[in-house]
Design a protein around this ligand. Structure first.
Ligand SMILES: C[S@@+](CC[C@H](N)C(=O)[O-])C[C@H]1O[C@@H](n2cnc3c(N)ncnc32)[C@H](O)[C@@H]1O
Length: 370
């Protein structure tokens, strides 16, 4: 499965986390590459971009002998998403946190994106001692998570040499991923995310990132302490490139799954589902609803967020559905960035738990009648 194991308690393929997550950090020194399971060729970090002789990644000796392993607590930032992500759930966090099951076994996020709920649960120490599996279909995103987990100091060293400059941006964007090692790909990914227009991730049909430069006066390309805090939160976490369709095989009764798919479009023009070349169409929404229902029937706690549109009301009408108001950030027209209704769906034992809580008045939102 390619996941790191932190303890002997390995349950169906990934390890329970035994580390506290809200604790601040110190760095344990190790040789470059000594702590990673990645198979990168680290013979040299120098790569000339095609046709751009001035674009060169620093060499290993320029970066220095990086410390990789974030371990004992001293003082650091709270763990939070290290990328801006379309559909990121920071706005909706209070509503989501309120609906997390009281107790559960392992935690799964099959559409992890920026991981807003994961990092928040870490901060609240609600994932301590639990196995965690974060997956997404976006290969570059998952590579970046792995590098943040395993090689954070090398990443920081490399990223701190990047600049918020248009020419530099297009040179980095033009690099051939096949020519880069995993650390370089992760640095490129974070750099593009922080400096591109609106933090979007969009690829053309050939799978090439095609978002233009953002022209931000200030862009925080490298935030070392945020990356270290994220690295610490990710220790022991299983990170994989996977379709949501794999989630059924990975879950057992008592686990908690949070699904945050690309939203069903609220209108023909407002659709944003291009997190990868493939998109996420109505068939995927239908298939996901089937998966959610099956998991619920197997005793898995499922929480799902989606847009409140006729399609999603229809897909989830047999499950526990609540409507909440959320702020939408991604819309090409600024005047349409307002508070919009979104659906939260629960299946499995979580649905009964939320219903019981509602009956005693602790959940304010109304269940939507069919
Ligand atoms: C709404 S975003 C998730 C945002 C995330 N909750 C956050 O807080 O940033 C949806 C994610 O689903 C991923 N995705 C799209 N199609 C997928 C699929 N078929 N299987 C798994 N993940 C997919 C995208 O790459 C994207 O990261």
């Amino acid at each position: 499965m390619g996941c790191v194991s932190l303890s002997a308690d390995v349950t169906h393929g990934f390890a329970s986390r035994t580390l506290p997550h809200s604790a601040p950090l110190t760095i344990r020194t190790s040789r470059l590459g000594a702590t990673t399971s990645e198979s990168a060729d680290r013979s040299s970090l120098t790569i000339a971009a095609a046709g751009n002789s001035d674009l060169i990644f620093p060499t290993e000796s320029e970066i220095g002998d990086a410390s990789e392993f974030v371990s004992q607590p001293t003082a650091l930032s709270p763990a939070r998403p290290f990328v801006k992500w379309a559909g990121g759930k920071r706005q909706l966090l209070p509503d989501l946190l309120h609906r997390v099951p009281q107790s559960f076994r392992h935690y799964h996020e099959p559409f992890v994106g920026g991981g807003a709920l994961f990092f928040s649960l870490c901060e609240q120490q609600r994932l301590d001692g639990k196995a965690v599996r974060l997956t997404d279909i976006n290969v570059e995103l998952i590579n970046t998570y792995r590098i943040v987990r395993d090689r954070v100091e090398t990443l920081i060293s490399l990223l701190s040499t990047f600049k918020n400059d248009e020419r530099f941006y297009y040179n980095i964007r033009a690099l051939d991923l096949k020519q880069l090692d995993p650390v370089q790909r992760a640095a490129r990914f974070i750099f593009l995310n922080k400096t591109c227009f609106n933090g979007l991730f969009r690829e053309n049909r050939q799978g090439r990132f095609n978002v233009p430069f953002g022209h931000y006066k200030q862009a925080q390309i490298c935030a070392p302490n945020d990356l270290r805090a994220a690295s610490f939160a990710l220790r022991g976490v299983c990170l994989e490139v996977a379709s949501f369709k794999d989630i059924e095989a990975a879950c057992q009764s008592g686990d908690f799954v949070y699904c945050d798919p690309p939203y069903a479009p609220v209108s023909r023009t407002a659709s944003f589902t291009a997190y990868n070349g493939g998109g996420f169409g109505e068939e995927d929404q239908q298939r996901l609803a089937d998966v959610v229902r099956v998991l619920g029937e197997r005793g898995v706690h499922v929480l799902l967020s989606n847009s409140a549109v006729p399609l999603t009301y229809a897909l989830y009408r047999e499950l526990h559905v609540e409507e909440v108001l959320a702020r939408r950030a991604i819309n090409s027209r600024g005047d349409r960035r307002g508070r919009v209704p979104e659906l939260l769906v629960a299946a499995g034992p979580l649905a009964a738990e939320l219903l019981a809580r509602r009956q005693v008045g602790s959940v304010a939102a109304a269940t939507i009648a069919e």
